[in-house]
Design a protein around this ligand. Sequence first.
Ligand code: ADP
Ligand code: MG
Length: 254
Amino acid sequence: MTAVETTTPDAVYEGSSVELRDLSLAYGDVAVVRDVSLTVAPGTTTCVIGPSGSGKSTLLRGINRLHDPASGDVQVAGRSVLGDKPDDLRLRIGMVFQHFNLFPDHTALENVALAPWKVKGLSKAEARRLAEERLREVGLGERMDHRPRDLSGGQQQRVAIARALAMRPEVMLFDEATSALDPELVKGVLRLMAELCERGMTMVVVTHEMGFARKVADQVVFMDEGEVVESGTPEQIFDHPRSARLQTFLSEVL
Ligand code: ADP
Ligand code: MG
């Protein structure tokens, strides 16, 4: 585990468990996620795969309460979070989106320092120091004063990851974090995500990158039409798919 030995103690994470119990999510009367039960052990990575429209993004949004459940429960670190204020929960759960959602008029450093300063109440100097650390950790030590438009898509996504990490989250959610990137930039971001996993972060990753899921995931979850159809180890899901729906999906994407 040289990655751990060569980084600062700050860069070792203590991920929390996530448990979904019979979670259903709806838009109006239409249930788009139905009765999903899922256990993500602390410090492990779960990859969620499935066709477009199967409810993957909605499921992620249910975990950090961007979308409130119609029924069921979400537990983080063994405790239901449904009674918590969504804003408080989002301090504990970082999320990274397909379109990086950075503040365009702020530098990389400011993008990362802003929430620790404004939301967590660190002094400006402390927030800057923290942001510098996180940006170095994601390989952007030389680009801290650049604005998003002067960074590549891969670099912008790393700023977004650094920004989430600066809040010291217990869990990180990734929603197709590499789908908007040029192919040559995808690898670097996936490598960074694999590193976070090695350092103990709990991660739920919606992805089309089957190679990443196979290599990095502790658990792979296949969703279709709002349901978890199958879940298991990468070997079980990719090498021994049981359901016709998963077999069809894999034949289309692999
Ligand atoms: P995925 O991420 O797997 O592509 P989504 O979670 O985005 O799937 O969508 C699941 C279903 O919910 C789809 O049928 C989609 O059309 C529907 N949906 C997504 N967002 C909304 C919305 N804001 N209002 C109504 N329906 C939505
Ligand atoms: Mg989606």
